[in-house]
Every structure is written in structure tokens, then in C-alpha cells.
Design a protein around this ligand. Structure first.
Ligand SMILES: Nc1nc2c(c(=O)[nH]1)N[C@H]1C(S)=C(S)[C@@H](COP(=O)(O)OP(=O)(O)OC[C@H]3O[C@@H](n4cnc5c(=O)[nH]c(N)nc54)[C@H](O)[C@@H]3O)O[C@H]1N2
Ligand SMILES: Nc1nc2c(c(=O)[nH]1)N[C@H]1C(S)=C(S)[C@@H](COP(=O)(O)OP(=O)(O)OC[C@H]3O[C@@H](n4cnc5c(=O)[nH]c(N)nc54)[C@H](O)[C@@H]3O)O[C@H]1N2
Ligand code: SF4
Ligand SMILES: [Mo]
Length: 681
């Protein structure tokens, strides 16, 4: 038997970006494990990716191109050969482009985080075509903007130093589920005597393993952070030297924070005042104090401001002085990604296409041509994303996708809800079958992914599909013939040692251990900006503040419950929902409810319920659970609609409104009512 071990990288949208070792027997991948040589991975993978061969060799993997035969959305297709599919797609796009290339819309996100199979060749293709651009806002934009206006970029603590902290605030993050390798650091800190405080409306797996859990109402984090500042000020738990030397706008922030007494915040957040005072005391008096912030807390109207408020805290107490102090939301800003070289915006040749926001794709697919909007969307090319399941307000998204006058191409591994609506489905390779290179948003190493096995069936890489379309459409710039290994080299240019990547599979960036111990923030002023001139000059509040949710339900309202829909532990967004062994662990879609809320509606655990508002209706089982706080229901995971009850998932009821900063989605700012299903059918 010929057995080899191939080094790779996990492609998924997860902060951990693990280094993989795939064992291949006679050309068949038999095992995917964590690389023990990579310190962050430490030989450990999550349950999902440990089962990667099950996903790769899944009986439903798409193995050849498919052309639609039934009505849009029916999921009926016939097999066609690649030439037929690509020639037809190219000629359909040519006809539309001749009228107006902006009627062609790419739609992609983080099915793979790879810089090559992501926006590498694809971006070149769409730039050359002059297609509309896509604002990739669906996950992190509000927080990213908030961080940018405060710290200057997506930068922060190095994850390995959390193990030395004396206090860790785990803020809007279910780390056990979504950031396992950080959780290992937090556990090490706990063993060393650190105190762990979780701030999350849901009593998550992580919350129950921390010393304290602050179960605030969704969308009230800025109020909590401002009240913590209030206490830091009134007890003088401040690092005056750090504030004077390395921050901007202290006097103004002080004035704002003093308006947020713990009692006022307790009323807004729905938590005991004592909990807020304890939190502030712990944060003001424990060194080093670290904050692991995650994107869960910015999917609400005030998400950008909330991140701004939390990101001010470390500078107030001088936490950045220590390498185990400060804050980490994302480390991706440390990576010197050569986006211009990879994506070649120069191929636009002076054209400035409009930009469509991926978070409002439902409305935008239904818009007619107008001077403000531009042309109606006539063609949609989807890759690395499953918008019919993951985008907000899916009734509108589906209405757009079933348009018979729209030409839709979906590059996929599986026939997802989105692929069901395609005119052509093109089978794509998985991470085990292609080259790629990865930055990370949870650590500071670059990872290289080598193909472990040959593509299954007739699957082709995303890059190869766009190369072929470029050729058919007569795009002759030499950049369209570059191969994937060349693109891997381009991604970081000379900034990383590519020979080392080829040899070991990973390479660390030279990031200092305590990057802001002496200030030097990547803002315009080099300071941590409590007050942002840039925001003020746009007519916005220069200081962070609490902005109430769009939908803040109270008892007696038509929709009196707040719903959040955090990720399921054994899925990754909508990926893995079709992997049987993982679905068996998750069971079925559930809505967690507090006993009081369930009882008031005559709902018992295990009963089917309808969760509804003016936008739509989602159906699943209710689970009366300690994980839910009163007034808040938790709809877990982004299930494939067709694998959920009655073909629905949680995005039936979420809204397309946008966050205060970054034009992001507000998945967790959503008021609903819940009823037992039996009464209503
Ligand atoms: N297993 C698994 N891992 C994942 C994912 C997955 O789907 N499954 N998704 C990946 C993706 S796309 C991302 S972006 C990352 C990060 O993904 P995140 O969405 O940040 O994921 P979580 O760490 O689960 O954090 C969300 C937590 O925030 C809580 N939360 C909801 N609303 C609020 C609020 O208003 N305030 C506060 N303080 N907390 C709130 C939720 O209850 C939940 O526990 O994780 C990635 N990792
Ligand atoms: N209600 C609610 N909705 C949410 C969220 C939530 O918390 N609640 N989370 C939001 C967040 S944070 C995010 S990031 C988005 C995620 O949204 P998406 O980025 O769309 O993520 P996935 O649902 O995982 O879908 C990715 C798809 O890409 C495919 N894919 C993977 N690799 C490749 C490849 O190499 N080539 C091709 N062609 N396809 C590939 C996978 O098979 C999968 O179907 O969802 C958002 N939606
Ligand atoms: S999903 Fe996250 S934890 Fe799991 S293997 Fe990938 S990077 Fe690691
Ligand atoms: Mo995300």
C-alpha cells in the first residue's frame, strides 16, 4: 500500500485556521488530523473537520456539471458535459455584458477562506468583465468598522498569550463551539487561577464553564461597557499615564461614560446591578486582563458602536502594557495580503461598477432598473456561499432566486438550497483537492494547503472554472493563465518565506508580543481613538454609545420575544448540515425557550412550534432550556431549509436592516412570537 501524509489548512470560516495532515492510501484520503507540529493546532481538530473524509466522499458530492430541467427552485437537473455548460454560460454572460456588465452579479463568501479559491481568479474575471462589485458584509463588517475606528484595524492580542491572563472576558463568543483553540488557552489560564467571565444572552456551552455568566439582553453590550467605564472612573481604576500618552478623546469619553450608571445599564441590559459592579471591579483590579470579543455581539443595529465601546476598555486600564492583556476580535489586519496583485482591480480599466450589499440580496434581486439602483440583476454567479440559507429574510431571497428572468450559476460541492435555484450547477473541488494559501483571523500564522487527492469525478477548482470562462470570453491578459501555485506565491509576495511554507505548511508573521504596550495603534493618530474625528466628520457620533435594537420587544407587543440565532456547534454556518454523522449529533432544528416564556404560551419541550413575525414563519421543535433567558429565544444554527421542518430555517424571520457601521446584517436584532404548531394547522 502506498500511504502518504499531506500537509494542508482548514478552509473554513473559523478563527482557528488549523493545520491539517491528511493521510492518503493509494490516492484515497482516509483520515484528516490536526498537525501536531503547528503550535496553534496542537494536533487537535474540531469534530466537524475530524470527519472531513465523510464530507469529501459524501454520496451526494456533485461530480459533474448539471443543467436545470424543472422550474426554478425545483432542484431538477440533467447531467451535461463541461464544454456544453461553460460555452452556454459564457455566451449568456456575453449577451448581458454587451448591454450592461453591471447586470451581472458575483455572490461569494467564506465557504473557503482560501485566498486563491476565494477572491483570486474570480475577482480578476469579474473585474475584467466589469460586473457589479459585492460588499462582503454578511459576517463581520460592523465589528470590523468599529475596531477600525478605535484601534485602527483588525489587530489585537496574540491568542497564545491568553493562557497567562489573570482575567478573561469572553464577550459574545461561544468559544467551545466556534473558537476551540482559543478555549484551550482560556482553560490553561483557568488552571493557573484566572477568572473567566462570559457575556452572552445565551447560557452557551462556554458560559456554563466560566466562573460568571452575564446574560444580558441582545444588543445591549455598549450599555454594559459604558457602565463598566463609569465604575472604572468613579473608583479610579484607570491607567492615567497610558490614557494620556496613547489615547484620543478621553475627556469626552469620560463625560459620556458618566451618564451610564450601573443602575441605568442594569435596566437596559436586564441584569442585576451587582453583576455589573462586580464585572467592573474585576476588570479594574485584575492584571493582566484580556478580552476575547467575537462577532456574535455585533449582529444588531448598534453592533459597530458596541465594538467601539468594548475596544476602548483595555486602553483605560492600560491592559495593553502586558502581552496577556488587551483585546482580540480579529487578527486578520496583521496579514500583508497582496490583494491588488491577487485580484487585479486594474482590470476594471477605469470603470467604476456599482456595489451590491450581500446582506440585502433579497431586496436587490427584486429591484427594477432605476437611475439610483442601476440595471436589474440579470445574472448571478454564486461560489463559496449558500445565500438562500444564510442571507437574512429568506422569503425575499427565495422570491429573488426563483425569478425566471435571472440566469444563475452556482459553483458548489453539494446541491444546497441555493444550488436548487441554479440554471447551471458546476462541481467544485474541496480543500483536499486543490492548492490554497490562508491568512487567519484568530492567530498570526500563514498556512499553505497542498492538494492531497485528485479531484473527485469531474470537479474543477473555482480558479479553473473562472480561467475557462475567461478564455471563452476572449480575456487574454496573461494573468488569466496563471496557475494556482503561482497565485499562492502572489498572495503574500515576499512577506512570507514560501520555501518554509512548502516545507512545513505554516509560517508565523513577525508580530510583537505586546503590540500596543507603547501605543503605536494603526490609527491616523497612532492612538487608541475613543473619539473618532473620521466618524464625526461623517455626521456620526464621534464617541461610542448604546444604540437600542431596531426591534426591542416588550411584553404586550405583537412580537414580544427577541430571537438570536447563533451557530450550531457541529455545523459551520450552513456547511456540514448534510453530513449525516454531524446532523445526528445536532438532532434537529430547535428553538430554546425559557420555561416562563414556554409556559405562558402552553408550549412543552419537544413540541413543534411556529416562530413568526411580519417577514415570515419558521417551524421547528421547542426546547424548554436553561440556556435561554426570559424574553429571548435562541434559534440554533443555519440549517439547510430543505433539511429543516417544512422547508424553513431561522432566516425566514430575520430582517434585512443594516448595522450602524459597516452596513452589516442584524441577524440577532429580531422580534418574534412563538406558538404551538398544533393549534394553528
Ligand atoms: N462550530 C462553529 N464554529 C463557527 C461557526 C459555526 O457556525 N459553527 N461560525 C464561524 C463564523 S462564520 C464566525 S463569524 C465565527 C464567529 O462566530 P460567532 O457568531 O461570533 O460565533 P460564536 O462564538 O458562537 O458567538 C456568538 C455568541 O454570541 C452570542 N450573542 C448573540 N447576541 C449577542 C449580543 O447581543 N451580545 C452578546 N454579548 N452576545 C451575543 C450568542 O449567543 C453566541 O453564543 O465563528 C466561526 N466558527
Ligand atoms: N440567522 C443567521 N444567519 C447567519 C448567521 C447567523 O449567525 N445567524 N451567520 C452569518 C455568518 S457569520 C456568515 S459568515 C454567513 C456564512 O455564509 P456562507 O459563507 O455562505 O457560509 P456557508 O453556509 O458555510 O456556505 C458556504 C458554501 O460554500 C461551499 N464551498 C466551500 N468550499 C468551496 C469551494 O472551494 N468552492 C466552491 N465553489 N464552494 C465551496 C460550501 O459547500 C457551502 O455550501 O452566514 C450568516 N448567516
Ligand atoms: S473548523 Fe476551526 S477548529 Fe475546526 S478544524 Fe477548521 S479551523 Fe480548526
Ligand atoms: Mo461569520
Amino acid at each position: 500500500m502506498n500511504t502518504i501524509a499531506v500537509r494542508g489548512a482548514c478552509p473554513h470560516d473559523c478563527p482557528d485556521t488549523c493545520a491539517l495532515i491528511t493521510t492518503v492510501d493509494n490516492g484515497v484520503a482516509v483520515r484528516v488530523q490536526g498537525n501536531p507540529d503547528h503550535p496553534h493546532t496542537d494536533g487537535v481538530l474540531c469534530t466537524k473537520v475530524s470527519r472531513y473524509t465523510e464530507r469529501t466522499y459524501h454520496p451526494h458530492r456533485l461530480l459533474h456539471p448539471l443543467r436545470r430541467t424543472g422550474p426554478k427552485g425545483s432542484g431538477q437537473f440533467e447531467r451535461v458535459d463541461w464544454d456544453t455548460a461553460l460555452e452556454d454560460i459564457a455566451s449568456r454572460l456575453e449577451v448581458i455584458a454587451a448591454r450592461n456588465p453591471e447586470a451581472i452579479q458575483p455572490y461569494s463568501y467564506a465557504g473557503t477562506m482560501g485566498l486563491v479559491q476565494g477572491e483570486g481568479m474570480a475577482a480578476r474575471f469579474f473585474h475584467r468583465l466589469g460586473a457589479s462589485l459585492l460588499d462582503r458584509t454578511i459576517c463581520a463588517n460592523a465589528g470590523a468598522e468599529g475596531l477600525m475606528h478605535t484601534l485602527g484595524g483588525k489587530v489585537g492580542m496574540k491568542v497564545e498569550h491568553f493562557a497567562e491572563a489573570g482575567l478573561i472576558l469572553i464577550w459574545g463568543s461561544n468559544s467551545i463551539a466556534s473558537n476551540l483553540h482559543f478555549w484551550r488557552q482560556a482553560q490553561q489560564a483557568k488552571r493557573n487561577g484566572a477568572r473567566l467571565i462570559c457575556i452572552d444572552p445565551r447560557r452557551s456551552e462556554t458560559a456554563e464553564k466560566c466562573h460568571d455568566h452575564i446574560a444580558l439582553r441582545p444588543g445591549t453590550d455598549a450599555a454594559l461597557a459604558l457602565a463598566v467605564m463609569h465604575e472604572l472612573i468613579t473608583h479610579d481604576w484607570l491607567d492615567h499615564d497610558y490614557i494620556a500618552a496613547h489615547t484620543l478623546g478621553w475627556e469626552r469619553l469620560r463625560e459620556r461614560a458618566l451618564q451610564w450608571s450601573p443602575q441605568r445599564a442594569a435596566d437596559v441590559c436586564g441584569v442585576p446591578v451587582q453583576q455589573i459592579q462586580d464585572l467592573a471591579q474585576a476588570y479594574g483590579t485584575t492584571r493582566p486582563a484580556a478580552i476575547r470579543l467575537n462577532y456574535g455581539m455585533q449582529r444588531v443595529r448598534g453592533g459597530g458602536n458596541a465594538v467601539r465601546a468594548v475596544a476602548c476598555l483595555p486602553a483605560l486600564v492600560g491592559a495593553w502594557r502586558h502581552r496577556a492583556g488587551g483585546l482580540l476580535l480579529s487578527s486578520s489586519g496583521f496579514f500583508p495580503i497582496q490583494r491588488t496583485a491577487l485580484q487585479r482591480p486594474d482590470l476594471l480599466a477605469g470603470r467604476t461598477p456599482r456595489t451590491i450589499n450581500m446582506s440585502t440580496i433579497g431586496d436587490d434581486l427584486l429591484r427594477e432598473a432605476s437611475p439610483v439602483f442601476g440595471p436589474k440583476i440579470e445574472a448571478l454567479i454564486v461560489y463559496n456561499s449558500n445565500p438562500v440559507a444564510v442571507a437574512p429574510e429568506s422569503p425575499r431571497v427565495v422570491e429573488g432566486f426563483v425569478r425566471e428572468d435571472m440566469f444563475t450559476v452556482v459553483l458548489e460541492h453539494f446541491q444546497t438550497d441555493t444550488a436548487d435555484h441554479a440554471d447551471y450547477i458546476l462541481p467544485a473541488t474541496t480543500q483536499l483537492e486543490h492548492w490554497d494559501i490562508h491568512a487567519s483571523y484568530g492567530h498570526t500564522d500563514v498556512l499553505l494547503n497542498r492538494p492531497a487527492i485528485a479531484p473527485l469525478g469531474e470537479a474543477r477548482t473555482n480558479t479553473d472554472i473562472f480561467r475557462a470562462l475567461a478564455r471563452l470570453m476572449g480575456f487574454d491578459d496573461p494573468c488569466f493563465s496563471e496557475d494556482d501555485l503561482t497565485l499562492c506565491r502572489t498572495a503574500f509576495g515576499g512577506a512570507v518565506d514560501f520555501d518554509q511554507l512548502l516545507e512545513t505548511g505554516f509560517a508565523s508573521l513577525p508580530v510583537p508580543d505586546a503590540p500596543f504596550a507603547h501605543g503605536g495603534f494603526p490609527t491616523a493618530t497612532g492612538r487608541c481613538e475613543f473619539f473618532s474625528e473620521r466618524l464625526a466628520s461623517q455626521g456620526l457620533d464621534g464617541l461610542p454609545d448604546h444604540l437600542p435594537n431596531y426591534e426591542t420587544p416588550t411584553a404586550g407587543d405583537r412580537y414580544p420575544l427577541a430571537m438570536i440565532s447563533p451557530p450550531a456547534r457541529n455545523f459551520l454556518n450552513s456547511s456540514f448540515v448534510n453530513v449525516q454523522s454531524l446532523r445526528d449529533i445536532e438532532g434537529e432544528p430547535v428553538l430554546e425557550m425559557h420555561a416562563d416564556d414556554a409556559q405562558a404560551r402552553g408550549i412543552e419541550s419537544g413540541q413543534m412550534v411556529r416562530i413568526f413575525n411580519d417577514r415570515g414563519e419558521y417551524r421547528c421543535k421547542a426546547e424548554v432550556s436553561r440556556r435561554a433567558r426570559p424574553g429571548v429565544v435562541n434559534g440554533l444554527g443555519v440549517w439547510w431549509r430543505k433539511l429543516g421542518a417544512f422547508g424553513t430555517n431561522v432566516n425566514e424571520v430575520t430582517s434585512q436592516r443594516l448595522t450602524d457601521l459597516g452596513r452589516g446584517p442584524v441577524f440577532y436584532d429580531c422580534a418574534v412570537e412563538v406558538q404551538p404548531l398544533a393549534e394553528t394547522v
